[in-house]
Design a protein around this ligand. Structure first.
Ligand code: ACO
Ligand code: HSE
Length: 302
């Protein structure tokens, strides 16, 4: 089945070039298996890139996935046009009476700030509170994961001595959990962050479990034991060149970020990096959609 997204969303062209079958919102579908309704709260500054990153994997499922995009009303976006947000994104006031089978809360480059200094923090807290009753399972990425750990479980982030930047190897710690079903014992994933969370605090929290960990990059994947909240500290959804773009951006700005570890062939930033994590990204998204969303969500919400 295809992925169903707002008509004219620019990511559509990219996805179609990759042979991902996309259906525009206007086209009706009737079938016994009802489509899954997924809400994306896109907090990344380069929203169009992130739309393509996520839709690529949400589109790889036998179940139709209806995607809606949520925007913050308490934040004026610097890097995304008002036209794009007004055309493709809805404010919380328009969706809060609805229920969603799944939600994704993305990363955001605000990790240097205490949560309370992020201008949309209160609105985000309202959305996270609303999700307890109105969303079956939420997948949080990078800063979104840190925000969920702080808001739902009282676990704060801390600064790292240097940016955690590169492609790191992770060990699956709970191979029987459905979220990592089919994963190899060890897998690669990109990280790009200046902050981290404490292994001990997560391991000792009665509601949480750690699913995948790296000796170098720390925890990659964890979740609440009830499957309601999944947190990924890295960016499996990143394309092959995203870390290179971040690296070159910083160097052009005079910020001497270290070379991303285990990334450029021969550690040469002029060479083109290979995409060595996409099969596990596909697996993570399809496991989440299958087990935590489709098999858990009510067929009809009361
Ligand atoms: C830790 C993670 O989750 S990783 C994910 C973040 N990484 C990325 O997004 C990589 C791509 N990003 C980038 O390359 C850069 O952020 C750029 C080039 C797009 C923007 O660079 P700058 O304009 O210098 O960034 P600046 O630091 O001013 O702001 C970045 C974003 O943080 C937002 N921001 C800054 N301060 C605040 C604040 N107090 N409250 C809320 N948002 C804030 C900005 O508004 C902007 O987001 P927006 O476009 O959605 O409005
Ligand atoms: N991934 C981010 C880290 C900033 O929070 C970047 O380098 O843009």
């Amino acid at each position: 089945m295809p992925i169903r997204i707002p008509a004219q969303l620019p990511a559509k062209e990219i996805l179609e070039q990759e042979n991902i079958f996309v259906m525009e919102e206007e086209r009706a579908v009737s079938q016994d298996i009802r489509p899954l309704n997924i809400l994306i709260l896109n907090l990344m500054p380069e929203k169009q890139k992130t739309e393509a990153h996520l839709l690529r994997y949400l589109g790889n499922t036998p179940i139709q996935v209806n995607v809606s995009f949520l925007k913050m009303t308490t934040h004026d976006s610097k890097n995304t046009s008002k036209y794009h947000l007004d055309t493709f994104y809805k404010p919380f006031s328009e969706i809060k009476e609805k229920r969603f089978d799944g939600m994704i809360i993305t990363g955001s480059p605000v990790e240097h700030l205490p949560f309370e200094e992020v201008d949309y923090w209160e609105e985000l807290q309202d959305i996270m509170n609303w999700s307890k009753e109105n969303v079956t399972s939420t997948l949080h990425i990078c800063w979104g994961a840190q925000a969920a750990l702080y808001h739902h479980y009282g676990i704060n982030k801390h600064e790292l001595p240097q940016k955690c930047f590169g492609i790191f190897e992770h060990e699956v710690l709970q191979p029987n959990e459905n979220l990592v079903r089919g994963f190899d014992d060890y897998f690669l994933a990109p990280h790009s962050r200046y902050t981290d969370i404490s292994y001990e605090e997560i391991a000792n929290h009665p509601e949480l479990q750690i699913l995948a960990h790296s000796d170098k990059a720390g925890i990659f994947l964890m979740g609440s034991k009830d499957g309601k909240n999944i947190m990924a500290t890295g960016h499996l959804e990143y394309s092959a060149t995203t870390l290179a773009e971040e690296y070159h951006r910083d160097h052009q700005r005079g910020i001497q970020t270290q070379l991303p570890e285990n990334y450029f062939p021969n550690d040469d930033p002029k060479e083109t990096p290979l995409h060595r994590w996409k099969s596990h990204c596909s697996l993570l998204f399809s496991n989440w959609l299958n087990y935590y969303v489709y098999q858990t969500t009510p067929y009809e919400w009361d």
